[in-house]
Design a binder for this molecule. Structure first.
Ligand code: PRP
Ligand code: URA
Length: 209
């Protein structure tokens, strides 16, 4: 069973408070989404393998730890997931980036895939799927299914706000995936928006409404 981590940390709780506020503008919203992604990335990479390396400090020879070179990929779900990429790349500059484009049909709330471009060797990589919002869970589940079709075996999903409905569905459909959540919200409204949530994450990141 994949692990579910709730980012119960004062910095993240403070930052999520700012992006929930409808008066927060696009620039600040975008910057904070990126900062939260960086903090979540720190947690998501907790178990990356290390290897011993012999070096010399100015004082003596010693053995230090170095990342063992596990190949990684960051895969944002378009559009809103793009807002989390810069924060992830700040900590994982060598990770390749793939993109999966999905929008929710406003009537059915079912995700429609319109784009998929992944690194050629994606099946060799540990993948971090990023999307600020886990609402019904449809977009995350379909994106992860797509990655599994491409041969990915080790997948983590990072979101900033989750609804109980989405978490339950994601755990049921992809029990092997590790999930990192900024904050858990109360429920979905009739239009499929997370309550209290932060509105439409894509529109707020890109200023399209
Ligand atoms: C939002 C969000 C997720 C999805 C979550 O994207 O970024 O991808 O909704 O909802 P779900 O869990 O019910 O699938 P949206 O479809 O609004 O597209 P956008 O990012 O292009 O605005
Ligand atoms: N997508 C969003 O951007 N916000 C929600 O509340 C639900 C889905």
């Amino acid at each position: 069973m994949g692990k579910v981590t709730f980012m119960d940390h004062p910095l993240i709780r403070h930052k999520i408070g700012i992006i929930r506020n409808k008066n927060t503008g696009t620039k600040e919203f975008r910057e904070i989404i990126s900062e939260i992604a960086m903090l979540e990335c720190y947690e998501a990479t907790r178990n990356l393998p290390l290897k011993d390396v012999e070096i010399e400090t100015p004082i003596a020879k010693t053995t230090v730890k170095e990342l063992a070179g596990k190949k990684l990929a960051i895969v944002p779900i378009l559009r809103a997931g793009i807002g989390m990429v810069s924060g992830m790349q700040a900590l994982l500059p060598a990770a390749k980036v793939g993109h999966i484009g999905m929008y929710r049909d406003p009537e059915t709330l079912k995700p429609v895939e319109y784009y998929c471009k992944l690194p050629a060797d994606i099946e060799e990589r540990d993948v971090f799927v990023v999307d600020p919002m886990l609402a019904t869970g449809g977009s995350a589940c379909d994106a992860i299914s797509q990655l599994k079709k491409h041969g990915c075996r080790k997948i983590s999903f990072l979101c900033i706000i989750a609804a109980p409905e989405g978490l339950e569905r994601l755990q049921k459909e992809h029990p092997d995936v590790d999930i990192i959540i900024g904050e858990m919200d109360d429920h979905l409204n009739d239009d499929g928006y997370i309550v209290p949530g932060l509105g439409d994450a894509g529109d707020r990141i890109f200023g399209t409404k």
